[in-house]
Write a protein that binds this ligand. Structure first.
Ligand code: SF4
Length: 369
């Protein structure tokens, strides 16, 4: 039965047809549907559009903390009591040096993330100037995450050469009031529409494990399909100390892989990223996430460390995948020095916060601003 079920999933997805809700829920929770045939079916769809290539993303936390919003999962929220390294926007020289490092480190895309509700007009113009400089120096795509944007601000960034805007839906419309009260799901949707109106690609995903029901998870996947989202980061909730949202559900490696498969079947052409939580929740099955997903972050997340760079690159190489980069994967693996970042505590759950040096790798080589 599994084989027929999985063959139908592949065919339906490749035909661009929508799977019905009952089928989607079976992907997530039916124990009679074995995991490996499901992964193989998702891989067939992934391979059709992305081959065996993995897109590597590196995040630059260009402004950390100081956020007036109250997203309860976030260590940068005004309501969080996490001991993060807060700083206002990094000086331009530092951001430009980090863009250079990302390019030389094999990243195909450079993601700048600014905490906050949304940029002022002045900040938007400043970002536009930075985007122009990076684009003139490196062959790298740029993604910006800057909070809520209207049509005018999105246009300014698009005209500067921004490729993609990140703004996650995070969770379902119904669950949104449970995770944030200072803005709404509709606000987030409006920002994504502004990006679209300006001709930007859209990167928007979610955080799994924030109290959403499985039908709600499905609603998010369908909403992203309706938006024709180019890039979907699928994060798994990392409950950093000092944040206000308790982890409400167990995330097993199998469930996390099933979630990635669901997103692949519903969004066959999208770049699907096994994002935050990859190193923690997939455990020994981590390389399997490359079968439904075709994208990962290298060197950690906003305030949580990730796996060692060398280990991550080696995992891609060992699993027989390639990366999209001007730097050959084999050379990158050779160049990497293994670093020994301890990322889970003695209970195997929580994560060491990034150090100042990890948040601001270029700081020593440029003047302080
Ligand atoms: S998720 Fe973004 S908007 Fe929400 S608190 Fe964190 S930085 Fe602020």
């Amino acid at each position: 039965m599994t084989t027929d079920f999985c063959t139908n999933l592949t065919t339906t997805s490749l035909n661009g047809e929508l799977l019905d809700d009952a089928t989607c829920l079976r992907i997530l929770e039916d124990p009679d549907i074995d995991l490996f045939p499901l992964l193989n079916a998702a891989y067939t769809v992934r391979k059709e559009y992305w081959g065996k290539e993995v897109q590597i993303h590196i995040l630059n936390n260009a402004q950390n903390g100081h956020c007036p919003e109250d997203c309860s999962y976030c260590s940068q929220a005004k309501t969080a009591d996490t001991d993060i390294e807060s700083y206002r926007m990094k000086p331009d020289e530092e951001i430009l040096e980090e863009a250079k490092q990302a390019y030389e480190g094999g990243a195909h895309r450079y993601c700048m993330v600014f905490a906050g509700r949304g940029p002022s007009e002045k900040r938007t113009d400043h970002l536009a100037g930075l985007i122009r400089k990076i684009k003139s120096r490196y062959t790298i795509e740029i993604c910006v995450s800057a909070g809520l944007l209207d049509d005018d601000k999105a246009s300014v960034l698009a005209e500067a050469g921004l490729d993609r805007l990140n703004h996650n839906l995070n969770t379902s419309e119904r669950n949104y009031p449970n995770i944030c009260t200072t803005h709404t799901y509709a606000d987030r949707l409006d920002t994504l529409k502004a990006a679209r109106n300006s001709g930007l690609q859209v990167c928007s995903g979610l955080i799994v494990g924030m109290g959403e029901t499985r039908p709600e998870l499905l609603e998010v996947a369908q909403a992203l399909r309706e938006l024709d989202t180019e890039s979907i980061p699928v994060n798994f909730y990392l409950p950093l100390p000092g944040t206000n949202l308790d982890p409400s559900q167990e995330l097993t490696p199998e469930y996390c892989l099933r979630v990635l498969c669901l997103f692949r079947f519903l969004n066959p052409k999208a770049e699907i990223r096994a994002a935050a939580g990859r190193e923690v929740y997939f455990r020994s099955l981590e390389p399997m996430c490359l079968y439904p997903a075709n994208s990962i972050f290298l060197q950690g997340y906003l305030n949580a460390q990730g796996g060692e760079r060398k280990q991550t690159l080696q995992m891609i190489l060992d699993a027989g995948f390639t990366i999209k980069s001007e730097q050959p994967l084999e050379e990158l693996v050779e160049r990497e020095e293994a670093r020994s970042n301890q990322m889970v505590d003695s209970q195997g759950r929580l994560h060491v916060l990034k150090t100042r040096e990890e948040l601001r790798p270029a700081r020593g080589s440029v003047a302080d601003g």
